[in-house]
Design a protein around this ligand. Structure first.
Ligand code: NAP
Length: 279
């Protein structure tokens, strides 16, 4: 079993340096995938109300021999539940579906600026953390402007911002901002999903020189940039491959070469949080 190093969040919680994505795994397939991931050593599990698989994740958590305190469970508040009271109610539904008293990391899934209630949700999440029902609070798909508004109106910055990051969309400026403000970056679609850059010469060469697969080179690129990738795989051997990335590291030059694959419109599906909304 692979031991994953951890990063410390601003609130003291230790976050594994690599996690397991669960979208779109549901039902028995979802439970089996999470069970297998836990067996391989994954300790950060990423779910969301909108993935409709909190129950499947909860079933795996109920059965695993891994101690509860060694697992960091993340779930996310959907756009349709924004608002102070709505957030508290949605949280209780997530708790019930996951079968957990305490959720380790609770994120606002998308800012949904047209709804303009993410600050109210953030206030509810601050209170959930104060009450000990959530260990760490964070956001997903927040830009610098949205983050600064949270800080201005509540005085509390998120511990984590989970955003789209892959070689075609490296988000260097946002990651630099996070580093300056002690916000940990998590990368969604870290492999680039369907647009996976495995055939790019740069990545093939870097992978060959380290004796690893292109996917492993990409995951290591994230880790060496201080980003926590949360790759999803339903396949046991790819789950193993994706976690076996702690025995090598990339040079500054290799990191820069992969960064150079990025373009301003490199997003996978146009998910600009200023205009894209998910309820
Ligand atoms: P991803 O992890 O970059 O890619 C997943 C795809 O890559 C799957 O098709 C998987 O297929 C394949 N794959 C996995 N490992 C591989 C390997 N070693 N070699 C070749 N192919 C491999 O993309 P994602 O699932 O979109 O993102 C990961 C997680 O981020 C999601 O599951 C979800 O938890 C989260 N997410 C969050 C947001 C947000 O708004 N916050 C948005 C999107 C995703 P197999 O399963 O067949 O291996």
């Amino acid at each position: 079993m692979t031991e994953i190093p951890t990063r410390q969040l601003r609130d003291g919680q230790a976050l594994p340096a690599l996690g397991f994505g669960t979208y779109p795994l549901r039902g028995a397939e979802g439970t089996a995938a999470v069970t297998s991931a836990l067996e391989k050593g994954y300790r950060l599990i990423d779910t969301a109300v909108n993935y409709e698989n909190e129950d499947a994740v909860g079933a795996a958590l109920a059965e695993t021999p891994v101690h509860r305190s060694d697992i960091v469970v993340t779930t996310k508040l959907p756009g349709r539940h924004h608002g102070y009271d709505e957030t508290l109610a949605s949280f209780e539904e997530s708790q019930r579906r996951l079968g957990l008293d305490v959720i380790d990391l609770y994120l606002i899934h998308w800012p949904n600026p047209s709804v303009d209630k993410y600050v109210d949700s953030w206030r509810a999440m601050i209170d959930l953390q104060k009450d000990g029902r959530v260990r760490s609070i964070g956001v997903s798909n927040f830009t610098v402007d949205f983050l600064m508004r949270l800080a201005a109106e509540t005085g509390v910055l998120p511990a984590v911002n989970q955003v789209e990051v892959h070689p075609y969309f490296p988000q260097t400026e946002l990651i630099d901002f996070h580093r300056e403000h002690d916000i940990v970056t998590e990368a969604w679609s870290p492999l680039g999903k369907a647009a996976a850059p495995y055939n790019e010469d740069v990545i093939v060469k870097i992978a060959e020189s380290h004796g690893v697969t292109p996917a492993q080179a990409v995951l290591r690129w994230h880790i060496d940039r201080g980003v926590i990738p949360i790759p999803k795989s339903a396949d046991a051997s790819r789950q193993q491959q994706n976690i076996d990335v702690f025995g090598f590291s990339l040079s500054e030059s290799e990191i820069e070469q992969i960064n150079a694959l990025g373009t301003p419109d490199g997003r996978l599906f146009g998910g600009d949080p200023v205009t894209h909304e998910e309820m």
